[in-house]
Every structure is written in structure tokens, then in C-alpha cells.
Design a protein around this ligand. Structure first.
Ligand code: MRU
Length: 367
């Protein structure tokens, strides 16, 4: 699907997912609830607009939420009218807690906001106006890092694949969920550049259809061979031998490797286990939460019933008053995961050891 802007034909791959508004007074995003029909950019200026955009999934995907919150706190801090450091810190803290409450599962949200708050805490001796500039620079750094990290994940992920492989993915862990390559799609995009010609199966991902509306959309726009399937078709394509590997993203990985990702990921992993298909979780270290021991400690967001009963349908598709359970994520047990692909390499079981080793490597390289 092509769209025209100022006479030049653009497709979704030509847009950033999140970017800073001119003059630093807004966070700009593509409204993902309008995709694939319309590519509409919106400027988020107030705390309520930023919170709502995250809650309503106008911007979504763990890394993209983190980047939006980082630019968001920078925009909000820029508007605080004081020269007094303590007043400034208190106000930034308040805004940080508010934005952090938008969605609970993706750790990137609190990770990015904490990183921004640290900038303020480490700058107590600086004038407030200078701290505001440092915050804007830090938000841009978080985004640049996200691009580099996704590319690295792409390289490590690609080392697990061979030309012509069939890959199944769930939800959208693509460019639209991050700043450029995405996480689970990064090996696909790098493979495409290098002539690997993968065949990708995108689960539609009920109830919010991130696979159909976003993954199928961006992969098709990038020229990837992508086939859309309903969530209940993964067994069918695996049974036929069409899938060599499952690549998914994640919202939070616990210290033992248990992984929270979009609802339905654990079903895909269970099915893949039946057919001997390896499941790889692509995880920036920012999404690995070593403070949470196991998946049982991950808070799973529950969302409104209307997402299941009527959203995206022309008419409501369930009887009025029906009980609905609508968790947005589930936890895939670490035993079902063949590898966790990070920007510092691929962690393998036992994850309690290998994830520690990934962080030790990060420490050595970043020092
Ligand atoms: O509810 P969403 O659309 O924010 O869920 C997104 C996912 O589950 C993604 O797989 C995850 O955030 C990884 S994005 C690189």
C-alpha cells in the first residue's frame, strides 16, 4: 500500500515509528491503530496525550514504548517552569510515575523512564535549563542505541537461519515496534538484503491484529515473501514442514528465561515443540529483567472486553453481557525456548547462567 506525501511516493518503511517534534515540544508517532489503511502522524504534547497513545496502542511494542516515554519525559520536563533543582526533580518524578502507569508488562517503559530520571538525579549541580538539554540528548541516545541493538540482534538471529528458511512470527516485533529493524524481524530484513529469500508466516494475532495490520504490512512493504495466517493455523503450517524456526519478540524476560510476549506466543511455542521447530526470542538487554526471577513474577496486563467482542468487526461478534478474559500477554516457559537472541549474543539454556553471562559481556564491552 503506497501513500503520497508532497508528491513523493512513500511506504511505511520510509517512516520512523517515533521521532522528536521540531523544537522539542512534542513526540511524533505514526498512529498504529490506523494502519494499514492510513499512515497518519500525530504530535503528542501533553502527559495525557502521551499516556493515552501508549495505553491505546497508537504506539506499541516494547522498544517503541520506551523510546516514546523517553522523548515524552523530555518534552514534559522542557515545560517545567522553575529554576529550582528540587522542584524540577519532584515534577519530573511525578510525570515519570504517571507515564510508567500506562502499561505494566513491557519493562522497556520503566527502563527508559528510570534512565531519564537518573540523568536528572546525576545533574543536581547543573542549571535546570542545561538538564533539559541533557534529557533531550539522552532520549535521542536511547533511540540510536535501539537501532544499533536491533541490528546486532539481526546479525545474531541471521546466524541461526539458512537461505530459503520458513519463519513464523507472532504479533509485531518489527520496525513498527522499535526504531528501525525491529527485533524478531531484524534477521528477516538483514537476510532480505543478503538474498536469503525467507518465507515468513505472520500470525494475525488476535484480538488487536498486530500481525495482520502491522507485521504483514511492513514486511510486504519491504518486499519480503510474507503469508498471513490466522492464529489457529500455526500447527497446520508446521505440520506441513513449512516452518524452520519461530522468531518472536518479548516484553519482559525473567532471569530464568521465562518470557512474556503477546498473548498466544506460548501457544505457538507449545505447537512448535510438538513439531520440533526451534523457538527464538529476540530480546534487547533492555527487555531482560534480572530483578524478576521467573515468569510467575511478571505482571500481565488485562485489557477491555470490547477488544475481543467488537473491535475491528463491523458488528459486535459476541452476545451482550458475555464474560470475557482478555490478557494482553502470556508467559512462554524457558524450557520451550531454543535461544534468547540479544545484542551481545545468543543465550542458551540454562538461562539463569547464560543471561548473567550476557550481562557480564555487556559490562565488559560497554566499559
Ligand atoms: O501489545 P503490544 O502490541 O505492545 O505487544 C507487542 C509485543 O508483544 C511485541 O512482540 C513485543 O513488544 C516485542 S516488540 C520488539
Amino acid at each position: 500500500m503506497k501513500h503520497t506525501e508532497k508528491g513523493k511516493e512513500k511506504n511505511i518503511m520510509d517512516y520512523d515509528t517515533v521521532w522528536p517534534g521540531e523544537g522539542g515540544d512534542a513526540v511524533m508517532i505514526i498512529d498504529q491503530t490506523k494502519l494499514p489503511g492510513t499512515i497518519e502522524t500525530i504530535a503528542l504534547k501533553t502527559a495525557e496525550e502521551i499516556w493515552e497513545a501508549i495505553y491505546l496502542l497508537k504506539v506499541r511494542g516494547a522498544p517503541a514504548i520506551g523510546v516514546t516515554a523517553a522523548y515524552g519525559i523530555s518534552v514534559l520536563a522542557g515545560r517545567i517552569q522553575t529554576e529550582d533543582y528540587d522542584t524540577f526533580l519532584l515534577e519530573v518524578q511525578k510525570q515519570k510515575e504517571y507515564l510508567d502507569s500506562a502499561r505494566p508488562t513491557a519493562v522497556n517503559l520503566s527502563w527508559a523512564l528510570n534512565r531519564m530520571l537518573c540523568v536528572v538525579k546525576d545533574s543536581a549541580e547543573k542549571p535546570v535549563e542545561e538538564i533539559k538539554k541533557t534529557l533531550a540528548a539522552e532520549a535521542a541516545r536511547i533511540q540510536e542505541e535501539d537501532i544499533r541493538v536491533c541490528r546486532k540482534i539481526g546479525e545474531y538471529g541471521l546466524s541461526l537461519l539458512k537461505p530459503g528458511d520458513g519463519i513464523l512470527t507472532h504479533c509485531n516485533a518489527g520496525k513498527l515496534a522499535a526504531s528501525r529493524y525491529g527485533t524478531a524481524t531484524a534477521p528477516i530484513y538483514l537476510g532480505e538484503e543478503r538474498g536469503y529469500h525467507f518465507r515468513v508466516y505472520a500470525d494475525e494475532t488476535r484480538p488487536l491484529l498486530q500481525g495482520a495490520r502491522l507485521t504483514a504490512f511492513e514486511l510486504q512493504a519491504a518486499g519480503v515473501d510474507v503469508t498471513l495466517i490466522c492464529d489457529n493455523m500455526s500447527a497446520s503450517v508446521m505440520q506441513k514442514g513449512w516452518v524452520d524456526a519461530v522468531f518472536v519478540g518479548c516484553d519482559r524476560v525473567a532471569a530464568n528465561g521465562d518470557t512474556a510476549n503477546k498473548i498466544g506466543t506460548s501457544v505457538v511455542a507449545a505447537v512448535a515443540g510438538c513439531y520440533g521447530v526451534p523457538v527464538y526470542v529476540c530480546a534487547p538487554t533492555a527487555t531482560i529483567d534480572m530483578e524478576t526471577a521467573t515468569g510467575a513474577g511478571i505482571r500481565i496486563e488485562e485489557r477491555p472486553a470490547e477488544e475481543v467482542t467488537e473491535m475491528w468487526y463491523e458488528n459486535r461478534m459476541a452476545p451482550p453481557g458475555i464474560n470475557v478474559y482478555n490478557p494482553a500477554f502470556d508467559v512462554t516457559d524457558h524450557t520451550q525456548i531454543a535461544g534468547i537472541v540479544t545484542e551481545y549474543g545468543v543465550a542458551r539454556a540454562p538461562y539463569t547462567e547464560s543471561l548473567k553471562e550476557i550481562f557480564a559481556r555487556k559490562e565488559r564491552i560497554d566499559r
